[in-house]
Design a protein around this ligand. Structure first.
Ligand SMILES: Cc1cc2nc3c(=O)[nH]c(=O)nc-3n(C[C@H](O)[C@H](O)[C@H](O)COP(=O)(O)OP(=O)(O)OC[C@H]3O[C@@H](n4cnc5c(N)ncnc54)[C@H](O)[C@@H]3O)c2cc1C
Length: 386
């Protein structure tokens, strides 16, 4: 039976980074991935260009049942630390907006870089490997797999969340957590499009900047109408705070309100609205309110003007749901951080067992924050090795 200092299960973002960093600390490391290749989620991330970090990342960009848990790891491994690695490999990148850093060419460069780092650090890499059982052993852990049994002193669970099952997402990490007595905070799809009972199908493809709110959380971003409901950054970002049954409020003027032209213009009301809003959307609003689109704006009744204002600035609805884990970028919830060390990501219930990345109840906002958590939590684990 082969023995290792460290076994990492899950060859995605956090697992690859953790394995390489542990290998660099002269540990013998085995990295186990059940897919045919490493980092499949990295490959599809950021529309194929991997938004690998956010240079403005701060704790306010993350959600967890413990709002302090992620601070230590994030402060000890910054976006700049990961950029240094990217630059070392001469991977060209650019800032899309608001600190969101993307590869200029392809996400594959980031995945290949992480695999190369593992190879350089002497990590044993195993693809197509299915872990069947994990047992406690005298020195740590015994991992039984379809290619044989292995033992290790340290075991790192880096199996990610539940989103996009066809590329390998499993609940493995949650099952192992429960096996060792950990609680798992309820999991929900997040950074995910909404479905509506009566979607605006004829507006599918129309996009406009809006102010969108759930409770006290407010986002100003582009909203995209889809065949099923709402998507675009506004919907994806606000979904991080949404629970089934919650009401969503939308200001389609993005906080600007309606121009005074609306009351004074001799132009017809559709033309006036379409000066600041998409025409197809303006047509739909007027049709919903049964207001004649050819009527001059200055001839509308006070009541109709108020109805337009109400509809555009204070729209409110309860989505019927989301498009689920099939379309979600991440999982909200996960292994409860209450029993995990925020310094090292080690289990407080089973010494030597670590959880890193998305499997934990830590979820970042859209824009490179989730990868930054993957890198930072992997680093926190590796730092703890003597
Ligand atoms: C479409 C999409 C686009 C995204 N774009 C971005 C982006 O641009 N920027 C950003 O910051 N975040 C993005 N994310 C989120 C980001 O990909 C994840 O948060 C991140 O990959 C989490 O890293 P991880 O290591 O925890 O999990 P993962 O990267 O998901 O890795 C987990 C690995 O474990 C493997 N695994 C699972 N179960 C087992 C098992 N039983 N045995 C062995 N191996 C197993 C999986 O196959 C996988 O390789 C995106 C997500 C999606 C779905």
């Amino acid at each position: 039976m082969q023995k290792f200092d460290v076994i990492v299960i899950g060859g995605g973002a956090s697992g690859l980074h953790a394995a390489a960093l542990a290998g660099k600390k002269n540990k013998t490391v085995l990295l186990i991935e059940h897919n045919r290749e490493f980092g499949k989620k990295i490959l599809i991330s950021g529309g194929g260009r991997c938004n690998f970090t956010n240079s403005n990342a701060s704790p306010s960009d993350y959600q967890s049942s413990n709002k302090h848990f992620f601070k230590s790891a994030l402060s000890r491994y910054s976006p700049q630390d990961f950029i240094k690695l990217i630059d070392m490999y001469k991977i060209k990148w650019f800032e899309k907006k608001e600190g969101q850093l993307f590869c200029e060419n392809s996400a594959k460069e980031v995945r290949d870089m992480l695999v190369r780092e593992c190879e350089k650090a002497g990590v044993e890499l195993r693809l197509n490997t299915k872990v069947e059982d994990i047992e406690e052993s005298d020195t740590g852990f015994k991992i039984c797999s379809n290619i044989g049994d292995f033992t290790s002193n340290y075991l790192v669970i880096a199996t990610g969340g539940l989103s996009i099952p066809p590329i390998g997402a499993t609940d493995f990490g949650y099952r192992i957590a429960k096996q060792f007595g950990h609680r798992v905070v309820q999991t929900n799809p997040a950074l995910v499009p909404f479905t509506l009972q009566n979607p605006y199908t004829e507006l599918s493809g129309v996009s406009l900047p809006v102010l969108i709110k759930v409770g006290k959380n407010e986002i100003s971003e582009d909203l995209l109408f889809t065949h099923k409901g709402f998507s675009g950054p506004a919907a994806l970002k606000i979904s991080l705070y949404w629970n089934s049954g919650d009401r969503i409020k939308i200001d389609f003027t993005n906080g600007k309100g309606l121009s005074s032209q609306l009351t004074s213009s001799k132009k017809n009301i559709l033309t006036v609205l379409a000066e600041t809003l998409p025409k197809r959307f303006s047509e739909r609003v007027l049709s919903d309110l049964s207001i004649e689109s050819s009527k001059p704006a200055n001839q509308l009744s006070r009541k109709d003007l108020n109805r337009i204002t109400e509809h555009l600035c204070h729209y409110s609805l309860i989505p019927s749901g989301t498009e689920g884990f099939r379309k979600a970028e991440v999982t909200r919830g996960g292994v409860d951080v209450k029993d995990i060390s925020s310094q090292t990501m080690e289990s407080k219930l089973k010494p030597g067992l670590f959880f890193i990345g998305e499997v934990l109840d830590v979820t970042g906002q859209l824009g490179g924050f989730n990868f930054q958590w993957a890198w930072a939590s992997a680093h926190a684990f590796a730092e703890s090795l003597e």
